[in-house]
Every structure is written in C-alpha cells, then in structure tokens.
Write a protein that binds this ligand. Structure first.
Ligand code: PMP
Length: 340
C-alpha cells in the first residue's frame, strides 16, 4: 500500500484500497479468493476512481474550467464519486438517475450537494434513457461537461493505472485470475488489460448478472439478455467504449439468489456489509477459482471487487419486506426482527 502520499489531500484518499482474503469463498473454491475493498473509498464505492479520472481528464483537455459543472447519468455510485471530487475541486454537480435505484443513493447525492434529476427507467434506445437525458443537459448547460462514464475511457484508465497496479503490488505478482461484473465495463476491461500486460497467463473472467447481454456475447458472440436482476450498477446490454478490446477469457452467469448467499455469508461470517454486485462478483470468483483448481494450476490466487457498501441498500437488500416482495430469501435475523 502507498503510504507516502501527502497528508491533507483528500483526493489522494481515492484508491489504495485494502485487499482481503475471503475465508468462506476461499473454502468454497478450494483456493485463495481475494476481495479488493472498494467500499473503503471516500464515496464508499469503486466509482470514485472513475469519477476522479474523468474529471482530471476533462480538466487536462481544457473542457472543464474553474467553477464549471459536471453532469452525469448514473445508477448512483458514479454520481456520489463525482459530487465528492467536484466539491473538492470547486465544481458543481448535476446527476441524472433512474428513479428505481436505492433511496439511500438519492439521499446521499442530495446530502453531498448534487442537483438530482430522477427519470423513469427505460431502454437505452429510448431518448429518455438517463444517459441521453444527461448528455443533452450537458450540451444545453453553460460551462458544463458530460462525464459520459460508459464511453469515456478515462474510466477504464483509472483501473489500468490504479486498481491493476495495486493488485499487482498487493499480491506480489502472484495472481492467477480476476473477475468482476460490468456496469460501464471500466473495471473489468481496465484491470483485464492491465493484468494481461503484466502476465498474459492471468485468466480474466466476466461475471454477468441475469438480464445482462454480455455473457452471451462473450460465450456465443451475440448480445442477448435472459432473465433479470435487482443488482444495482451492473448489467450491460451493449459493448461500451470501455469494453472494446477487453481481454475476456471466460464468463460466468450468476443469479441474484447466488449473489445474495454471499452477501449474507460475508456479513454474518466475515463482518463485511456489501451490495449485491459484490456478492455476484464473489460467486463468480469462486467459479473462476474452481476452474483454475480443476485445471491443476498451482495454488491459484483469484481476485475480485467488493464494489460498494451495503449501507447504501438498507431499504432494499437489508430489508425483509423488500426482499420478500422481490422473491429473494430473507436473512434469518431480518425475518425474526421484532420476535424476542
Ligand atoms: N457495482 C456497483 C455497485 C456499481 O455501482 C458499479 C458501477 N456502475 C459496478 C459494480 C460496475 O463497475 P463498472 O462501471 O466499472 O463496470
């Protein structure tokens, strides 16, 4: 870990997150499974990294000027990262978000001082999709830039230069596999490209939730989704610019139920309160670990991303009524709340 950063620079707190060995998942896989603690970023998610890189890139290109506004369409976490970075650098923030995302994310964005615009969820081809609404808003707002995280490759650069280097250092270069799910694809593509550059033998796997189109794309060459997922921040239906050229060797499809098993176990057994994309990532990492073990790789080390804090989903993933309504199993201690 880099401990030589100057004291007092808040933006230097982004990245350099811890890497932890996950006991239950390692036992399940039969090899070491490591989780990169992205919830330890100041905005409590992996997206602080992309926010910082996209804003710094817009400054470097001369597009974002002092006092300007950063506008973005996001499932929430990127917006939170942007709001924090923008505050630290004196910019204003406008966030366009689908209204089916967690209330905690909306409250957080408002608390950070971002202007929040909620739009109904709709398909990407619809001009009212949150990404298009945010882009048009940026075009029409004086002094504003559109971050455009899906097709802005400053996003994946944050993972090539940051996340990859940290993983390499933290594992002492002994890493055999990496997997995570894709929202923009910045993390999987960036870490995938970065690690392949270091060692082409490192297996890069996409872990896709149900409902997303990438599993079929990498498995059969066809962008096609099946089923659905309540996981926020992941589940992509197209090849974004960030995903172009991503070195995906293999792919897994993980259900919400499977992801929730790990959300529950990581909380109960290891004291980690995480969002569902982290649970899905961990389930994918176990699949990847098993695959490498079955091929006889010596002592495989597999890493994945613990994307955000579960405190962002208290009204959803950690709420018995919500879980019941979605047909997901309710954790024991939530189901028995109020008994005693
Ligand atoms: N998990 C969560 C909770 C997220 O908010 C995001 C970002 N949308 C991701 C995973 C996926 O990250 P990326 O955009 O780098 O693919």
């Amino acid at each position: 870990m880099n401990i030589t950063q100057p004291i007092g620079e808040t933006l230097a707190l982004i990245g350099n997150t811890p890497l932890v060995r996950l006991t239950g998942p390692s036992e399940a896989a039969g090899c070491d499974i490591w989780g990169k603690c992205e919830f330890a970023n100041p905005g409590s998610s992996v997206k602080d990294r992309a926010a910082l890189y996209m804003i710094r890139d817009a400054e470097a290109r001369g597009e974002l000027k002092p006092g300007g506004t950063v506008i973005e369409g996001t499932a929430g976490n990127t917006g939170i990262g942007i709001a924090l970075v923008a505050n630290a650098l004196g910019y204003k923030t406008i966030i366009v978000m689908p209204d089916n995302q967690s209330k905690e994310k909306m409250d957080t964005l408002r608390a950070l001082g971002a202007k929040l615009v909620l739009v109904p969820p709709t398909k990407y081809a619809d001009p009212c999709h949150f990404q298009h609404v945010s882009r048009r808003m940026a075009e029409e707002t004086e002094g504003a830039i559109w971050a455009g995280q899906f097709d802005n490759t400053a996003n994946r650069k944050a993972h090539i230069e940051g996340t990859t280097e940290e993983l390499w250092e933290q594992t002492g270069g002994k890493i055999d596999g990496f997997t995570c799910a894709a929202g923009t694809g910045g993390t999987i593509a960036g870490v995938g490209m970065g690690l392949k550059e270091k060692n082409a033998n490192i297996r890069i796997a996409l872990t896709d939730p149900h409902g997303a189109a990438l599993y079929n794309y990498y498995a059969h060459g066809e962008l096609k989704g099946e089923g659905s997922s309540v996981a926020e921040g992941i589940g992509q239906g197209r090849i974004t610019a960030n995903l172009e050229g991503a070195p995906i060797d293999t792919q897994f499809r993980i259900s919400d139920e499977e992801g929730m098993i790990w959300v529950e176990r990581l909380l109960r057994e290891e004291g980690l309160c995480l969002g569902l994309s982290s649970g899905i990532n961990v389930a994918g990492a176990i699949e990847l670990g098993k695959q490498l073990v079955s091929e006889g790789r010596d002592n495989p080390q597999v890493a994945t991303i613990l994307c955000d804090t579960g405190f962002r989903y208290l009204s959803t993933l950690y709420n018995a009524e919500w879980l019941g309504a979605k047909g997901l199993p309710v954790f024991d201690w939530l189901a028995h709340e109020g008994d005693a």
